[in-house]
Design a protein around this ligand. Structure first.
Ligand code: SAM
Ligand code: SF4
Length: 342
């Protein structure tokens, strides 16, 4: 770490997205909607969700403009998310627009896969090549209980269709919750190994709208590894965390790998290279940010590209050193996960 972000003598770097801790930001997560057809217990409330008004969502042109600005500052990787990104109409149009932005060399999407059966081909043809599909349980009742929607079949059909149309890089995300995930881990691992999907387990984080999160409800990464090792030998992949948030492990028998995101027990913050933009155009420099930069107000207020660039550089400069889940001073963000963009 080269500098402390409270050092007022050091000015934000206007050309490259580097924060006050010396972290270079290359990754932008773009939420395209806060709406979702699921109501996962760890993310959304079951009833009475207040969604953003459609007029408040950034248009595809506005999103692409921001991406043009940040790509000139070093952003290389984009991920579309939500809410459920496939609920945003005409998403392949946005994919095509983003693929055309110079400097962007990776475009991925995280989805619950419910609508993937119908949309996979158009998305692939538009230039989307990497997918993360959320799937917490292969037992239909457990799937229904956690996602509060009875549709495991549709999700599996979406996955199969994605493979069929050409997606070769598909990861499966499962939120790791104590007294829930233990019974699902091995079947998810076996499905991943037999079908060539990389399984990723994400420790349950305090971003659920119902505020049911407690530390005791998190199934920790080391416990997941221990469970898997009852059946398969794993070997840690060196330096995997320098590339992304997951600690990765190879199966010793050579059949694939897994990733564990220990966001609670062993956070990745020192290596964090990402920022996020909500569907209503707020820049967040951390999943757990308690303040935001209103890019939509700048855009709709007539700001020039250099003015938008200045606002982004200034926000990134004071990017949070890390989240405080493990400290008494932890403050939950007002937004739940579906309104941030996971
Ligand atoms: N709807 C899409 C989906 O579920 O894949 C994209 C948005 S979702 C908010 C993005 C990711 O965040 C999903 O993989 C989901 O499992 C994860 N997620 C949501 N709430 C979480 C929480 N409280 N802790 C950890 N991961 C969470
Ligand atoms: Fe919807 Fe994804 Fe949140 Fe589940 S995790 S409620 S699928 S946004």
């Amino acid at each position: 770490m080269s500098a402390n972000n409270t050092d007022s003598a050091i000015q934000p770097n206007r050309r490259k997205l580097v924060d006050g801790m010396g972290r270079t930001i290359v990754n932008l997560r773009i939420s395209v909607t806060d709406r979702c057809n699921f109501r996962c217990t760890y993310c959304m409330p079951e009833h009475n969700v207040e969604f953003m008004e459609r007029s408040k969502l950034l248009t595809f042109e506005e999103i692409t403009r921001v991406v043009g600005v940040v790509s000139a500052m070093g952003i290389r990787r984009l991920r579309l998310t939500g809410g459920e990104p496939l609920m945003r109409k005409e998403l392949p149009v946005l994919v095509r627009m983003l693929r055309g932005v110079p400097g962007i060399d990776d475009l991925a999407m995280t989805t619950n896969a419910f609508f993937l059966k119908d949309q996979a081909k158009d998305l692939y043809d538009a230039g989307l090549k990497r997918l993360n599909v959320s799937l917490d349980a292969l037992n239909p009742e457990k799937f229904r209980d956690v996602n509060r929607k009875d549709c495991l079949k549709e999700v599996l059909a979406g996955l199969a269709r994605a493979r069929e149309v050409g997606f070769t890089s598909i990861k499966i995300n499962a939120v790791a919750m104590r007294n829930f995930s233990e019974s699902e881990i091995m079947s998810l691992i076996d499905m991943g190994r037999s079908q060539g999907f990389e399984m990723r387990f994400i420790e349950f984080m305090p971003l659920d709208a119902d505020k049911i999160w407690e530390r005791d409800k998190v199934l920790f990464g080391h416990e997941i590894v221990e469970l898997i090792q009852k059946k398969y030998d794993l070997v840690p992949i060196d330096n995997s965390r320098e590339i992304g948030p997951a600690s990765e492990y190879d199966f010793v028998d050579g059949k694939g790998k897994i990733g564990i995101i220990t966001a609670v027990s062993n956070p990745f913050c020192d290596h964090c290279n990402r920022i996020r933009m909500t569907a209503d155009g707020k820049l967040r420099t951390c999943l757990f940010s308690t303040s935001e930069t209103d890019l939509k107000a700048l855009i709709r207020g007539g700001a020039s590209d250099p003015e938008i660039e200045d606002a982004i550089a200034a926000a990134v400069w004071i990017k949070e050193p890390g989240h405080k889940i493990n400290l008494d001073s932890f403050e939950r963000p007002e937004r739940a996960m579906h309104a941030i963009g996971g």
